[in-house]
Write a protein that binds this ligand. Sequence first.
Ligand code: ZN
Length: 351
Amino acid sequence: MGLVENTFLRAQLEDRRKRLQVASSEATSYTGLNRLLREVDSALERMDTGTYGICEECHEPIEADRLMADPLVCLCLDHLTSEQARALENDLELAAQVQRTLLPPNDLRAAGWNFHYHWQPFSMVSGDYCDLIYSKDGAQEIWFLLGDVSGKGVAASMLMTHLHAIFRSLTSRGAPPAERLSPAGKPVDAPAGNGGLSLDQLMQMANRVFCESVMPGQFATMVAGRAASDGRVEILNAGHCPVLAVKSNEIVALLSTGLPLGMFCDGSGEIQTVKLDKGERLFLYTDGLSEMCSPSGKQFGDDRLKHLLLESRALAPEALVSACLGDLKEFASGARPSDDLTMMVIQRTAT
Ligand SMILES: [Zn+2]
């Protein structure tokens, strides 16, 4: 664990210590507070002696994402008591259920588009964010969002749910008056609905909010886009894998033009626009697909994916996702995925 993480965790523990002291001086009968206070003191002592983050049983490092989620853990996953393991499993199952309820409806058809996605956590919970935001009454445009939070496991899944909350609240409430102005102070021509935000504004605001709540080193690569009913799509790719536009005669890769969310509080990227005709589609994915390794250590890669997309042009979105999963399975020769995996197909259905 790096210096920055240790400094962050120490500050967290010292803050908790203060709060516990205040609470325990006011509550006379609840002994649980004193036990927690002893655990916090013990963790701070371990930091002083350089043994913090080391499993008390096997003396190997404890999983970093678990420390970030709970700075008091002192056993690695392999050495939890059966009671602790059961409690953790229950917590993870609950977290997994919560994450699944955050997913948008699958196979959504609206505004002349068909959206189909596949969201597959590496373990019980996922650090991949996948969302569709639209007005329920006759949507003229749909926001689509696909992101990948740095790291894996519990800490990444917590940031994924945080991203979900940020984008949902920004698109439902709209921008405060100042955000509706361009740098020159002139009103911005933002589209109606979905909070009245432009794509650029949405990403800038989401980045600022996300930046406030992550630790240094934590970030999320993201693709945010807006699909309009006339077939035009705006895309902002912030440090994420290319978005592949599968046109009738070619594949156009829309590469990243911005930095991942959470890296710098001030920043955005260039918006790219693409117009799709009936039957053409966009393919979005996380690196759990492109970086999946074969038994010999070769990566699945973009070239194999592009070849597959060209060959599968006649398939409907759901069948395309199945074909990708089938090809990935064949490529990996049955090896388990080593990362969260998400794919989204956005097909133009109207002329
Ligand atoms: Zn251990």
